[in-house]
Design a protein around this ligand. Structure first.
Ligand code: 5GP
Length: 113
C-alpha cells in the first residue's frame, strides 16, 4: 500500500510542488505549522531515518541541500528556518515515508514541543 507521499511523488494525487529533481520532490504541507512549511521527500520510499544506511548518505545530503534551496528561494536565508525530521511514534511521525519538514516565517521555541 503506497503512502500518501509515494502517491504525490507519482503525481497520482495533487500537491503544491516547489522543487523536483531526479531524487527529491518538495511540496507544501497540507496543514502548515508556519507561514512557510514544505516537506522534502526522497523519491525512494525509505520509511524512517532508522532504515537509512550508508548507501543513503547521498540522498540524505540532498534532502538538506533542497531544504536550504527552497528556504532561500522563499526569502528565508537571512532570518533562518527550521528543519525537522520526525522518526517514529515518539517523534510524532505519521507518514512512514522519510521526509524533512522545512519551516519558516515565524520564531520557533526551544525546546521543541
Ligand atoms: P510527520 O508527522 O509524519 O512528520 O508529518 C507528516 C506531514 O504530512 C504532516 O505535517 C501533514 O500535514 C502532511 N501531510 C499529510 N498528508 C498530506 C497530503 O496529502 N498532502 C500534503 N501536502 N501534506 C500532507
Amino acid at each position: 500500500m503506497p503512502t500518501v507521499f509515494e502517491r504525490i511523488v507519482a503525481r497520482e494525487i495533487p500537491a503544491a510542488i516547489v522543487h523536483e529533481d531526479e531524487w527529491i520532490v518538495a511540496f507544501r504541507d497540507i496543514e502548515p505549522q508556519a507561514p512557510f512549511h514544505v516537506l522534502v521527500v526522497p523519491r525512494t520510499p525509505i520509511p524512517r531515518l532508522r532504515d537509512a544506511g550508508p548507501e543513503e548518505a547521498g540522498i540524505l545530503g540532498r534532502m538538506l541541500l533542497v531544504a536550504r534551496k527552497v528556504a532561500t528561494e522563499a526569502g528565508y536565508d537571512d532570518v533562518g528556518f527550521r528543519c525537522v525530521l520526525n522518526d517514529g511514534p515518539d517523534a510524532g511521525q505519521v507518514v512512514p515515508h522519510l521526509h524533512l519538514h522545512v519551516l519558516a516565517g515565524r520564531g520557533f521555541g526551544w525546546p521543541p514541543g
